[in-house]
Ligand binder design. Structure first.
Ligand code: SAH
Length: 355
C-alpha cells in the first residue's frame, strides 16, 4: 500500500493505479484514509467549512432516470418564497456558517433566473454583519444555463457554482439521461462558469448501475484535467418510481466504501481543492458525513430548507431529513476538527490557480 501511494505521488493520473486504490478495503482503506487526511492537513488545513443548504425548488424540466425530482415523477411541487429563503440565509449567518448554497431542479427560463438574481442580491445585502461585511458567500447549484444567464447570477453576487457531470463516461451518461441531455453540454457549461470567474465545482455519483471502478478512476482523472476548485460527490441511492429505482447495484457497504475511497483518492490527486462530505453518505451510514470528513473532505452542508419543503426535495428514498446543527458541530469537534465560523471558506485551489 505504501508503495502504491508513493507511486501516486509520481503519476497521479495513472488510471490503473487510481483503479487499484479505489478498490482497497479493510486495513488498506485505513491507510488510504490516513494518507488523505495527511494530504488535507498539508494543503488545506483541518478546518471544516459549513454551507447552509437551501433547496429552492423541486420543480425541474429535466427527466434524469435516477432522480427523485425528475419531471415525470408525480410528487407535490414547491418553490420556497423569497422571504423564506432570506429567513434561511439570516439563520445561516446567525449560526456563523459563512456561506449559503442554493440548489434546485433545473428551470432555464429567464423568469427563474430573475428570481434567483433578485434573491442573491438581497441575501448579499441583508446578511452583512460585523464579522462578514460582504454578507454570506453564495454557491449556486441550479443546473445548465446560457452564458448570459450565468453572467447575471455572477453579477448579482454569487461567486461559486457547482455542476456535477454525474459521470465522465459518455456511454454511462447516456444510460442515465434522456437523449436531449449530454455530457458535452455539462463540460461546456463548466468552462463558461470558469471563464466568467466563478469558483467551479463538479462531481459524480458513485455506485451507479453499470459503473466500473475504472470509470470512477477516469472521473478522478477528469476532475484533475478540468482543474476544478471544488468537488461534491456521493453514492447513488435508488429513488422509487424512477426508471433506475430498482436497478441492480452494489451493496450499501460497498457503495459506502467506494464513496469514501473516491473522496480520499480525489484529495490525494487534486490536493488543495474543497471537497464536500455529502448527504448521500449519510443515507448509507448513520455517521456517513463524518466518515467523509475523515477520508479527506473539508466541507459540510447542513440543510436549512424550511422543514415543510425539505420532505419534498427527495432526490432518493433514504434521504435523511432531520439533523441538529449543534449535533453536527459537536460531532465534527469530537473527531478533532474545527468548524470555521463566519468565513466564506473559499477553495485554496482557486487562489492558487489564479495567482
Ligand atoms: N439541477 C441541478 C441540481 C441537481 S440535484 C443540476 O442539474 O446540477 C443535485 C445532485 O443530486 C445531482 O447532480 C445528482 O448528482 C444528485 N442525485 C440526484 N439523484 C440522485 C440519486 N438517486 N442518488 C444520489 N444522488 C442523486
Amino acid at each position: 500500500m505504501k508503495q502504491l501511494l508513493a507511486q501516486l505521488d509520481e503519476t497521479p493520473t495513472d488510471i490503473e493505479l487510481l483503479t487499484t486504490l479505489l478498490d482497497v478495503r479493510g486495513a488498506d482503506a485505513e491507510i488510504l484514509r490516513d494518507a488523505a487526511t495527511e494530504c488535507m492537513h498539508a494543503h488545506v488545513g483541518d478546518n471544516v467549512y459549513f454551507r447552509g443548504l437551501v433547496e429552492v425548488t423541486n420543480r425541474c424540466h429535466l427527466n434524469c432516470y435516477y432522480c427523485g425530482i425528475r419531471r415525470d415523477r408525480d410528487i407535490p411541487r414547491y418553490t420556497v418564497q423569497a422571504d423564506d429563503i432570506l429567513a434561511a440565509a439570516r439563520l445561516c449567518s446567525r449560526l456563523g456558517f459563512g456561506s449559503l448554497v442554493l440548489q434546485s431542479g433545473e428551470i432555464r427560463s429567464d423568469s427563474y433566473v430573475n428570481f434567483i438574481c433578485d434573491i442573491v442580491a438581497r441575501i448579499k445585502r441583508e446578511t452583512r454583519t460585523v464579522q462578514q461585511p460582504n454578507g454570506l458567500g453564495i454557491t449556486l447549484s441550479l443546473g445548465v444555463f446560457s452564458r448570459t444567464q450565468y453572467q447575471r447570477m455572477f453579477d448579482a453576487g454569487a461567486h461559486r457554482y457547482l455542476l456535477r457531470i454525474e459521470t465522465s463516461d459518455d456511454s454511462l451518461f447516456a444510460r442515465l439521461h434522456p437523449p436531449a441531455q449530454s455530457l458535452a453540454e455539462r463540460f461546456e457549461a463548466l468552462n463558461t462558469l470558469r471563464e466568467i470567474g466563478f469558483q467551479v465545482g463538479t462531481g459524480v455519483m458513485i455506485g451507479l448501475p453499470g459503473q466500473t471502478t475504472r470509470m470512477l478512476a477516469q472521473d478522478v482523472f477528469t476532475f484533475k484535467r478540468l482543474d476544478v476548485d471544488m468537488i461534491g460527490m456521493g453514492p447513488f441511492l435508488p429513488s422509487s418510481d424512477t426508471p433506475m429505482g430498482h436497478a441492480q447495484i452494489l451493496s450499501s457497504a460497498q457503495r459506502l466504501q467506494l464513496g469514501l475511497n473516491m473522496i480520499a483518492v480525489t484529495r490525494l490527486v487534486c490536493k488543495d481543492i474543497n471537497i464536500a462530505s455529502t448527504t448521500a453518505l449519510e443515507g448509507l451510514h448513520p455517521h456517513g458525513r463524518l466518515l467523509g470528513l475523515q477520508y479527506g473532505a473539508n466541507v459540510a452542508m447542513p440543510n436549512l430548507t424550511p422543514a415543510e419543503n425539505r420532505v419534498n426535495y427527495k432526490l432518493y428514498d433514504d434521504k435523511p431529513t432531520a439533523q441538529s446543527v449543534d449535533g453536527a458541530v459537536a460531532a465534527i469537534e469530537s473527531i478533532g476538527r474545527r468548524v470555521a465560523k463566519n468565513v466564506f471558506g473559499d477553495s485554496k485551489h482557486f487562489f492558487n490557480r489564479c495567482s
